[in-house]
Ligand binder design. Structure first.
Ligand code: IPD
Length: 273
C-alpha cells in the first residue's frame, strides 16, 4: 500500500496546488462577491466553484474511474476510490480577506483515508499525509505539544451559532469553563487548518461540530500520521475509528494529551446526533 498511497498523495498534491492557484487569484479581490449558502454564517464565492472545477479536472485526468465527492458539486462518478474535495475550507475567511483557508483533498479506499493534502497557498504550506507519515513542505511533522490544559492552546468554534438554539446557557457556561481551564482558545474558522496546526505541534487541540468529510478527511490523516489523536463523535460518544471522518463532530489532539474537559464537551454536546 505504501507505493499506492504515495502515488495518490502525489495526485492530490498536484490537484490541490492547481486548485489553490485558482482560488488564490480571487483572494482579497476588491469587491469580491460572496453569498450566504445555508444560513448567514455559511458563505460561498465564485472561487469555491472555480477551485473545485480545477481539482476535479486534475482528478478525472490522473485518477479516472473514481468517485469524487466535492463540497460544491456533490458526488460524481463511481469506482473503488473516493476523492473528497473541499475547494476552499474556511470560505468565510477567504471571502473577507482573512488568510486562514486551504484546499483539502483526501483519497479514501475501502472506507479508509489513505492519502490527504491540506494546501494553504497564501502561507505556501503543503501539508501532506501518506503511508510514510505526515509532512509540511516535504519535511516530517510531529503532533507534539502541550499536554496539560493550563498550558494548551485549543482551536474551536464553540458554541457555533447553530447549536445555540437549545440549552443556550449550558453551552455558554461550557465555553466559559473552556476559557477558564485552557491557556488559550482560538477560533480559526477552518477545520482543516486547525487540524494541521495540531499536527505540526503549533496548537494542542482542535474540535468542531457539524462538519463534513471534505472538511476533515485529509486533516484527520495528517494529524494521525503526525502521531496525534483524531476522534469522531456522535450520539454522545467517541465513535470507533472506522470511517470516522464521516462523523459530523470531531476532536483532535497532540500525542499524550490529557484533556478530559474536551472529551466531556464533545460527549455532552453531541447527545442529539
Ligand atoms: C467550514 C470550516 C469551519 C467549520 C464549518 C465548515 P467551509 O468549512 O471548516 O471551520 O466550522 O463547519 O463548514 O464551509 O469553509 O468549507
Amino acid at each position: 500500500m505504501t507505493d499506492a498511497s504515495i502515488a495518490l498523495a502525489d495526485i492530490a498534491e498536484y490537484a490541490a496546488r492547481e486548485a489553490g492557484a485558482v482560488a488564490a487569484e480571487g483572494f482579497r479581490t476588491p469587491g469580491l462577491e460572496f453569498s450566504a449558502k445555508s444560513n448567514l454564517h455559511d458563505f460561498v464565492t465564485e472561487y469555491d466553484r472555480r477551485s473545485e472545477i480545477r481539482a476535479r479536472e486534475v482528478l478525472a485526468e490522473r485518477s479516472p474511474g473514481s468517485r469524487i465527492v466535492g463540497e460544491e458539486d456533490g458526488e460524481t462518478g463511481e469506482g473503488p476510490l473516493t476523492w473528497y474535495v473541499d475547494p476552499i475550507d474556511g470560505t468565510s475567511n477567504f471571502a473577507r480577506g482573512i488568510a486562514l483557508w486551504s484546499v483539502c483533498i483526501a483519497a479514501v479506499r475501502d472506507g479508509e483515508v489513505v492519502a490527504g493534502i491540506v494546501y494553504d497557498p497564501i502561507a505556501d504550506h503543503m501539508f501532506r499525509a501518506d503511508a510514510r507519515g505526515a509532512f509540511l513542505n516535504g519535511k516530517p511533522i510531529r503532533a507534539e505539544g502541550m499536554t496539560q490544559p493550563e498550558r494548551a492552546t485549543v482551536l474551536a468554534t464553540f458554541p457555533p451559532a447553530a447549536m445555540l438554539t437549545t440549552s443556550r446557557t449550558e453551552k455558554l457556561e461550557a465555553h466559559a469553563e473552556l476559557q477558564d481551564s485552557y491557556s488559550h482558545v482560538r477560533d480559526f474558522g477552518s477545520a482543516a487548518i486547525g487540524l494541521c496546526h495540531v499536527a505540526a505541534g503549533w496548537a494542542d487541540a482542535a474540535f468542531g461540530f457539524g462538519i463534513h468529510a471534505w472538511d476533515v478527511a485529509a486533516g484527520s490523516l495528517i494529524l494521525r500520521r503526525a502521531g496525534g489523536v483524531y476522534r469522531g463523535y456522535a450520539d454522545g460518544e467517541a465513535q470507533p475509528r472506522d470511517a470516522d471522518y464521516l462523523h459530523r463532530h470531531y476532536c483532535g489532539t497532540v500525542a499524550d494529551a490529557e484533556f478530559p474537559l474536551l472529551d466531556s464537551i464533545m460527549r455532552l454536546q453531541t447527545r442529539d446526533g
